[in-house]
Design a protein around this ligand. Sequence first.
Ligand code: SF4
Length: 371
Amino acid sequence: MQYVDEFRDPELAKTLLSHIRHKVSAIAKASERPLQLMEVCGGHTHAIYKFGIDQLLPPEIEFVHGPGCPVCVLPMGRIDGCIEIAERPEVIFCTYGDAMRVPGRNGSLLDAKRRGADVRIVYSPLDTLTFAEQNPDKQVVFFGLGFETTMPSTALTLQQAKRRGLTNFSIFCQHITIIPTLRSLLEQPDVRIDGFLAPGHVSMVIGTTPYGFIAEDFHKPLVVTGFEPLDILQALAMLVDQIHDGRCEVENQYKRIVSQQGNALARKALDEVFELKESSEWRGLGSIAGSGVQLTPAYREFDAELRFNTQEHQVADDPQARCGDVLTGRCKPNDCPLFGTRCTPQNAFGALMVSSEGACAAYYQYRRGLA
Ligand code: SF4
């Protein structure tokens, strides 16, 4: 099968695994304690557990799961803000499916839909413009959610909305950016990470240059990687090579998609529509400076929170839930006392259990009972 089998070739996988084992056995650090390698992106977490990559690796390599799942880091208060708007009778509220079951203080968007709110799942934000044109007596609101991966499609939708002169369309902006969060993670003294697998999709937009500080200021190796099993194994081989050689560099395994400078057209659209916010709250991680975006003055007329004058909802995380510790590599999902009991995919307490990229969902699906 073209472009699938090529990235799942068992012989190549064996060669890479043997290279990784050989290098790891020669790394002195790994004999004292396992190397902790953070896969920043939840897409990588799922690929690692789905294909059993963790079970093929030597025990001296341990994965820690990073904060690169936008649904997992969605604070309860933001879900409450969405529901406040969605429950207004004049509103059609549109969202990606992943956000439907994320719990807020008063339930999820799915619960709001069950109570009668007009909440719709969309696959492209452009669909929401069609809803706005077909329903001139309604206010159509799109939940703009995600890292730089999904930001360009929201930006293009807003540019279209402006061009079409739509006055009944707006967005609830929860777009966030990964770079300040990685910096804040590295600044925490008790977080111990030996190297990073960096997200392929985000990097497609931003390029590899923004990761430079991780190698230069924090002396950690980083490899941008794709999502197929051989992508991940090759990136791991590159990481252990760096650790073995004592190098700390930003390397790019995903050259077929990611360039050094990223996608210039997408970045131009982002610069026109979004600007950095002073700070943003992340579920389990607290407030992080410069980690989120808001609409630029030219697009602020499309800001749903301004249009509907919503309240700021601040909700403290439950002290028993260890979502923040999982997102910073301080513990594994099955160390959380709620894992598999009060928190399951069918009845989730934390967002890491409902998101298709969530580490807890990956453990529940692929490793329950094994760890
Ligand atoms: S099991 Fe649930 S509550 Fe615990 S860390 Fe995972 S998502 Fe959070």
